[in-house]
Design a protein around this ligand. Sequence first.
Ligand code: SF4
Length: 252
Amino acid sequence: MNKKLKYFTYSQNSLNTYKSCPFKFKYKYIDNINWKYDDIGSREYYDSLKSGRDFHLLCERYFANIPIGKCEDKKFNKWVNKIKDLLPINEENIYLPEYEIRLNFAGRHIIAKVDLVIIEKNKISLWDWKTENQEITYKNALNRMQTVVYMFLAEEIIRKNFYANYKIEDISMNYYQPSLENKPVTINYNEKLHEEHKMKIFNLIKNIEDTDFNNEDNINKNSNHCKYCEFNKLCNSEAINYEILEEDIYGS
Ligand code: SF4
């Protein structure tokens, strides 16, 4: 195992990166290459990510019950109002915005930073706000690495440690896109899905640990992913198309 992985903290983002392309994982997490803001074309893309982060901050303030402040952006005002209508604050619930969950999984550290966790009677709901316009379908949500990691950690840490009287079926993962008129996409949890998630995470981490990152000839390159990858210029001397670049994460 590469020594950089000894104290590495895995996240849905890093696991997803390896799944997309092991070589990309090497660039990002072994070599620590940061490709952001290197040219004018990238600016708009990373500005849109910042805009997503700003919206997440407004939501965090709303659910933390602190003033959200004056919001100049009409789009954000509309989105926040939609979230208020969707999830009005109920004093009987517990709201945990930007909630960090950490797990030691057979000696490996895994982290998830959830936009919002709501604890209700017999209900543990994880929420994620998506500000992009591309619609998230149920199938896409079900297969997302984010769903896999977040639900696995919610069961292992939140339910088992703090709400052991709840059932695993009380956990749900919800994606909401305020830019669309769609309802949230909800994944309900169960034991079978939990076992599948556990194996997916374990197998991916095993593959990462078994990869010889010191020998570039031994690292797989996924050429199908290149057009969505910020390292396309580095690997293939091809211009990066920021219109179709793979989504980055807001925060962790
Ligand atoms: S450009 Fe292609 S091969 Fe290179 S890291 Fe990205 S996805 Fe992998």
